[in-house]
Write a protein that binds this ligand. Structure first.
Ligand code: PMP
Length: 351
């Protein structure tokens, strides 16, 4: 090792899902939405002028923040907007998790959480999910410096009721509790309805999944205005200009087209349920996923082999070589046609 290397901040980075550059493939590995965003996005692109490129964008992201606040019925100063929810979550870790006590999150969860904790040197402890991959709120009755979990959870897809979330909030009034709702639009009610009653709750959502804008990079957090003001202080201490003008306009277009959003979400839920039935027929078992993905395991063929054989047929799903889940495939819900083709190939592989 070179002498100058010794003081470098070394991290084991998060590994995002593969983005293969193939013309013909079925890509079910990164929980993207298979449908294009609102057709109004095209209009935004056509009307966008290069004049906008020479100026810094609005550091307060006021237009989009106002639109988010209206959509979700909260005050503008309760909304924080960032470059995808990864950016919002990374800043939330930096802002809110700064205790000598460990933060808590499930043992099976979004694999970015431990990466951020390591990066910022935040103490953390994982809390085992139950055998059915659910959260037992009693497990969160312990001293901690903060709590975070996705709902529905990733990669399991399990949705926890608002009662469970409220129990955790009530038990932990002195900790900031972050609920990562990346997939909430495909599931039950959002914890947003609890934000006004619990000032230590931060709800984080994204435009990447239900609004088909993973490539645009928009995420947001909603919480008590004091939480949001602390989050803004950290943002302005890091990078004032986050979302660019084009991103802001595309985000507004997505929010304004409520009908399109609802139609696509409904369609994906329908395809998810169709896929679950077919997987069941093929003897797969899986928790009752409420996301835009299914986390499935087969009794006679190992997930690793299935993933490999699918890949040879240009079908990509996600596999995690981790304790408790190394015999599961995480399958993103694609279009109806893609899922039919996927199931046909699975049948063939399992023959
Ligand atoms: N949270 C969870 C649970 C996720 O699965 C993802 C997607 N990888 C994200 C947050 C981040 O999504 P984005 O940055 O695209 O908003």
């Amino acid at each position: 090792m070179r002498t100058w290397e010794k003081n470098i901040r070394k991290v084991v980075p998060y590994v995002p899902g593969e983005q293969p550059k193939k013309a013909k493939m079925i890509k079910l590995n990164t929980n993207e939405n298979p449908y294009p965003p609102t057709p109004n996005a095209k209009k935004v692109l056509e009307e966008f002028h290069t004049e906008h490129l020479k100026l810094y964008p609005d550091p307060k992201i006021e237009d989009l923040t106002r639109c988010i606040s209206k959509t979700y019925g909260v005050k503008e100063n309760q909304v924080f907007t960032g470059i995808g929810s990864d950016d919002v979550l990374a800043l939330a870790f930096l802002t809110f998790f700064n205790s000598d006590d460990p933060i808590l999150f499930p043992d099976i969860t979004y694999s970015f959480y431990d990466v951020w904790a390591e990066l910022y040197k935040i103490k953390y402890k994982t809390v085992a999910l139950t055998e059915n991959f659910t959260i037992d709120p009693l497990d969160y009755r312990q001293k901690n410096g903060g709590i975070i979990f996705p709902n529905p959870n990733a990669p399991t897809g399990v949705y926890e009721s608002l009662d469970t979330i409220e129990e955790i909030l009530k038990e932990n009034p002195d900790s900031v509790v972050i609920v990562d709702e990346a997939y909430i639009d495909f599931a039950g009610p959002s914890a947003l309805s609890l934000v006004d009653r619990y000032d230590h709750l931060l709800v984080v959502q994204t435009f990447s999944k239900s609004r088909s804008m993973a490539g645009v990079r928009i995420g947001f957090a909603i919480g008590n205005e004091i939480l949001i003001s602390y989050l803004n202080d950290v943002k302005y201490s890091f990078n004032s200009y986050t979302l660019n003008e084009l991103t802001i306009r595309l985000g507004i277009a997505a929010l304004e087209d409520k009908n399109y959003f609802e139609k696509r979400v409904k369609q994906l839920i329908h395809t998810r349920e169709w896929t679950k039935s077919r997987l069941k027929e093929l003897s797969f078992s899986f928790p009752d996923s409420q996301g835009n993905f299914i986390f499935a395991s087969h009794p006679s063929k190992h997930a690793k082999e299935i993933v490999q054989e699918l890949k040879e047929r240009n079908i990509y799903v996600r596999y995690f070589d981790k304790p408790r889940i190394n015999n599961y495939l995480r399958i993103t819900v694609g279009t109806e046609e893609e899922m039919e083709e996927f199931i046909d190939h699975l049948k063939d592989i399992l023959k």
